[in-house]
Every structure is written in structure tokens, then in C-alpha cells.
Design a protein around this ligand. Structure first.
Ligand code: FAD
Length: 558
């Protein structure tokens, strides 16, 4: 059917090599230099490139890869695939698999979520990005509601959005730790980072989208127009349509950031400080306060600062200094003290804050305000360090580590990641059963281990994203825990064993933990994952992608 599809795709040329100019940013696309956008490719280079992802665990070769030159190419492909499946009566109830279509953003999924198998076509969104030299980010600065925003292609990277927005003195409010991910890819999950406690995930900061649904229609949706599609797509794991444009909320960008890390040996002190900080600061309004506001706004030191980011991480004794893309922060002269703190306690915790600074005048006062803030916290005395960095350097902080790992050949390795959302009421039990038992005993953890809280009320229940149920009505916070493992090509199965033990531990204790960036093999497991949202999720699937063609790599309906 691919041969037939190719012959039917009028206007989309098939692999016809031609010289094309490459954009400078993502050089791993050099293999495709001779293929213009607007091409359906079936050659081994294109097919192999689409058969892998950042995880390097799952490998699936699609039948073909579309390099779109425009949204129209995507509409055309999905339309033809839909018609093909209708004519051949292929949906999930038929015995043979129909034709599938998978949008592939930056392919930074770790379990094949952006792949398609031999009956599928991958839509390479990065090629659409290359085809658009303006990077497809249109910033509108307005003081009228909804305020400044950017219309952004689903294929744009968050770094593109940042660079374009900063030219107007504005920036998105909610981020991921790493900016070389596509807007369409992160909005299909949630998009979380240290700003989530205050502004919600990225899916809480979108005004409108254009989506190519599974019936091949290009639909504009928002909370007031085609609202069901809008909420389905946000956190929808690519199941309902391909995002081709998103309207992202912006606000004035700070000039600088005071970036602080503190070490804790006591988990309960660490989580109490985290929870207190996010509770106080989440209630502040979104725009940066004026200095008059700040003068009025006294909250025992805590409220005088614009705390805009809070994360935490775990350091486990592995007999040496930690070495990964988040580890360089404290001065190198502190390394021996930190190593001996880890050796003494076996597990220690790092609380990380970022405080926005808008003017030099305000920046000048940060020292005193920060000192007051630190006095109220229970970290190990002597283990706090801060530095001032530009806003861009702060947001793009992972890039340096990435480039270093790339230069050592340690970026393109298996990444058996495990990301969990843990109810606040069970996080202490998680610490003792997982960090202090499973992780120490198995001794296979490499890469950062993140743990930080988020406020439940910043997540919109109408989206497809799944968060843990509150154990009690007043449980307003839950934690994200991310084991961002990178292993050798040989060692990842051991890490998978650890992941399995952690998941079984949580399930065995009935902790109500949910996976983020979840991956399951069966529909039953997905139904359990979605819990009360499953019926609506299925209903939305039959409405927006009745042939069950889209994002088959999630293995929900395929
Ligand atoms: P892909 O992996 O290409 O696609 C993900 C899914 O979305 C697939 O099912 C795909 O079919 C679908 N999809 C892709 N594009 C579209 C589209 N335009 N419309 C509809 N569906 C689409 N996540 C966080 O939340 N916070 C973080 O801080 C964070 N940091 C990360 C750091 C690194 C180094 C890496 C590798 C990942 C990180 N992630 C983080 C996870 C990341 O958000 C997800 O893996 C996300 O899917 C990556 O975006 P992508 O463009 O690579 O999407």
C-alpha cells in the first residue's frame, strides 16, 4: 500500500535528490542534505533514521518518511491514509493493521513513541522546521487580554521560541529543562520543569492550536472553539491530531537569574522546605511585580523574591563525585566536602531555586533578600551556593552538558528513563523504599535523579494529561520523580530491572503513582493508567482519529 500511497500523493515528490541548504542548528540532519522538503522517502537512510530515538531501546522501521515542506503536505498525507483505511476497512477492530502515521518531533522520546512500524509513515517535523527559515515563530506583544503571545509551528523547538520572544523582551512562562524539544512533542505530554509549581505545565499555557486530526482535517481549536479537541490534544500523546501551530502565552522576560543550590541530608527537611516555598510563591500573580508591589509585599522574607523555578535532585553514594549533565554547579573546591557528605549519609538531596531579576536596581537587593530566604531553610549549614546568570543561560543550562557528553560519545547511548508522579502523602515512603533501599542496593543509577513538587491546581483536569489522584481533598501537591538514566550499550537491562522493581514497589504498596512519559505494552495497562479518564480518552479517539492511525508508537490503540 505504500507504493500505492506514493503514487497517489500528488504534489509530494518521492525521493528525488536535490541540493538543499541546511539550517545551522541540528547538524545530525546532514544525511538528508540532498533531499528537498516535500518528499516522501523510502530509502534506507531515511527509514533507518526514523527507526530510533533518544532512548536507543526500541527500533522500528517505518515504510516511509515524509519530509513535509508545508502543513498542506501533512494534511494531504493524513487524508490519503485515512481514505485508504476507510476503503480497506482498517481500524482497530479489523484483523490486519491499517496504515498509520506518526509525527516525529525531535524524537527525544525514549520508548519508540514517535515511531511507526512497517505499515506506517513517519512525518519528520524537523524537516518542516528546516524548510522554514523564519523558524515559524510569530510574536505578538499586546497589553490587551490574553497579553503577549507567540504563534509557533508544532515543529519549532523551544529554543526557537525563546530566541524569537526575547527579541521583543518577552518569553514563555513554563519550560522544560531542555530546550531542543519540539513544541508539538512536549504539548503532547505536558512539558514540566521547575516553573510548573507556579505556572502549571506547558499545556496550561496554550491559548489555541491548529491540529490535523486523524480524518485529515485542519482544525483550529481553543477553550472556546472546538474545545474538546483542544483539551484532548494537550497531553494527548499524539493520539488525536498533529499539532501544526500553537499559541503560547508569554510575559515580560527577566534580565538575569539568581540560581541557588543547597544540600540536605534529611529528606523530610528537604521536602518541607520545597513544599513551603512552592505554596507561598505559587499564589503570586504571573506578571513580574513592580518594585512598589514588592515593597508592599512582605512575607517573612519569602515573598520579597520572585521565585520562579524550584527543582530538587537526589545524590546517591556511588563512590565518587557525580558526573552527569546536571552535576557541575558547586565550585570544584567544594567537591571533596560534597563527596564526603554523600559518603556519610549515602543519599543526599539538592534543592535548586531560581529567582528572577528584572532590573539592575532589583538585582542589587537580591543579596539581602536571598540571605533572609536562606535563613529560613533547613539545608546542611555551609552547603548553599549561588550564582548569577543571564536568563538565556539559565533556561538553556542543559545544552552545555549535552555538547560535552556528545563530544565524549555519551549522548547517543541507551536511556532507560523512568518518570513518575508520586502523591505527596507517599513521598516519604518512596524515599525510604526506593532511594534508600532499591537504588542503593542495586547500585546501577547513572544520570540525574530529579524530585520536586508541583501544585495540583495548576493542571487542567480537562486535558488528557494524567496526574495522581489526591489521597485526601487537602492534598494539593504531588511530586515528580525522574530517573534520567544513561547507560552503556550493555548495561541498560540492569537499569530496566531496577525500573521494574521500583514500579512493582509502588504498585504493591498501592501508592497511586502515575507514570509521566508513560509506556505500556497493552491496552489494559493504558486503561489502568488513565483510570477515570480512560472512557473519555477512548471516546475522543473514536471522534478525532476513528481509524486509529496516529502515533502508533504509544501502543495505546495499536
Ligand atoms: P517526540 O519524541 O518526537 O514525540 C513525542 C510524541 O508526540 C510521539 O508520540 C509523537 O508521535 C508525538 N508528536 C510529536 N510531534 C507532534 C505534533 N506536532 N503533534 C502531535 N503529536 C506529536 N520533558 C519534560 O516535560 N520536561 C523536561 O524537562 C524534559 N527534559 C528532557 C530532556 C531531554 C534530554 C530529553 C531527551 C527529554 C526531555 N523531556 C522532558 C521529555 C520530552 O518532553 C518528551 O520526550 C517529548 O516528547 C520530546 O519532544 P520531541 O519533540 O522529541 O517529541
Amino acid at each position: 500500500f505504500i507504493t500505492r500511497l506514493i503514487s497517489t500523493l500528488q504534489g509530494i515528490k518521492t525521493s528525488k535528490p536535490q541540493p538543499a541548504v541546511e539550517p545551522p542548528l541540528l547538524d545530525n540532519y546532514h544525511h538528508h542534505r540532498h533531499f528537498p522538503a516535500g518528499t516522501l522517502r523510502t530509502d534506507p537512510t531515511a527509514v533507518s533514521a526514523a527507526a530510533t530515538d533518544y532512548g536507543h531501546i526500541v527500533h522500528r522501521r517505518p515504510a516511509a518518511v515524509l519530509h513535509p515542506s508545508s502543513v498542506d503536505d501533512i494534511v494531504k498525507l493524513v487524508n490519503l491514509a485515512y481514505d485508504y483505511n476507510v476503503v480497506h476497512n482498517h481500524n482497530n477492530n479489523s484483523t490486519s493493521a491499517g496504515l498509520t502515521v506518526a509525527a516525529r518531533g525531535r524524537s527525544h522520546s525514549v520508548r519508540g513513541q514517535a515511531m511507526a512500524a512497517a505499515n506506517g509513515v513517519v512525518v519528520d517535523m524537523m524537516r518542516l522546521r528546516s524548510a522554514r527559515f523564519d523558524k515559524n515563530v510569530n510574536v505578538v506583544v499586546s497589553s490587551k487580554p490574553p497579553g503577549p503571545y507567540a504563534d509557533v509551528g508544532g515543529e519549532a523547538l523551544w529554543i526557537d521560541v525563546l530566541e524569537a520572544a526575547l527579541r521583543h523582551g518577552v518569553a514563555p512562562v513554563s519550560w522544560t529543562d531542555y530546550l531542543y524539544l519540539t513544541v508539538g512533542g512536549t504539548l503532547s505530554n505536558a512539558g514540566i520543569s521547575g516553573q510548573t509549581f507556579r505556572h502549571g505545565p506547558q499545556i496550561s499555557n496554550v491559548h489555541e492550536m491548529d491540529v490535523v486530526t486523524g480524518t485529515g482535517k485542519l482544525v483550529t481549536c481553543s477553550p472556546s472553539t472546538n474545545a474538546d479537541l483542544f483539551y484532548a490534544v494537550l497531553g494527548g500523546l499524539g493520539q488525536f491530531g498533529i499539532i501544526t501551530r500553537a499559541r503560547i502565552a508569554l510575559r515580560p522576560a527577566p534580565e538575569k537569574v539568581r540560581w541557588v543550590r543547597m544540600l540536605y541530608s534529611d529528606f523530610s527537611a528537604f521536602t518541607s522546605d520545597q513544599e513551603r516555598l512552592i505554596t507561598v510563591h505559587a499564589s503570586r500573580k504571573q506578571e513580574h511585580d513592580t518594585s512598589e508591589d514588592r515593597n508592599r509585599n512582605h512575607g517573612g522574607g519569602l515573598l520579597d523574591l520572585e521565585l520562579d523555578y524550584l527543582e530538587g535532585s537526589v545524590m546517591v553514594d556511588r563512590g565518587g563525585p557525580p558526573s552527569h549533565w546536571r552535576s557541575s554547579f558547586f565550585p570544584t573546591s567544594d567537591a571533596p566536602r560534597i563527596v564526603s557528605l554523600v559518603a556519610q549519609h549515602r543519599v543526599i538531596y539538592c534543592l535548586e531555586l531560581a529567582i528572577n531579576s528584572y532590573t539592575n536596581h532589583h538585582h542589587h537587593h537580591l543579596d539581602t533578600e536571598l540571605e533572609r530566604l536562606l535563613q529560613g531553610l533547613s539545608y546542611v549549614p555551609g552547603f548553599a551556593h549561588s550564582k548569577d546568570v543571564s536568563y538565556v543561560d539559565f533556561l538553556d543550562r542543559v545544552r552545555g552538558g549535552e555538547l560535552e557528553l556528545q563530544s565524549r560519545g555519551l549522548w547517543e547511548v541507551p536511556h532507560p528513563w523512568l518518570n513518575l508522579f508520586v502523591p505527596k502523602s507517599r513521598i516519604a515512603e518512596f524515599d525510604s523504599g526506593v532511594f534508600k533501599d532499591i537504588v542503593l542496593r542495586r547500585n546501577v543509577t547513572t544520570g540525574p535523579v530529579l524530585v520536586y513538587p508541583m501544585n495540583r491546581n495548576k493542571w487542567d483536569e480537562r486535558t488528557s494529561a494524567v496526574i495522581p489522584a489526591a489521597a485526601a481533598e487537602e492534598e494539593d501537591v504531588f511530586y515528580t520523580v525522574g530517573f534520567l538514566h544513561s547507560s552503556g550499550h550493555e548495561g541498560w537491562e540492569e537499569v530496566e530491572e531496577q525500573n521494574r522493581e521500583i514500579v512493582e514497589f509502588c504498585e504493591g504498596r498501592g501508592m497511586g503513582v502515575k507514570q509521566y512519559l508513560a509506556h505500556y505494552a497493552t491496552t489494559e495497562e493504558w486503561a489502568r493508567h488513565f483510570g477515570p479518564k480512560w472512557t473519555r480518552f477512548r471516546h475522543r479517539k473514536s471522534e478525532f482519529d476513528p481509524m486509529k492511525m496516529l502515533s502508533p508508537g504509544q501502543r495505546i490503540f495499536n
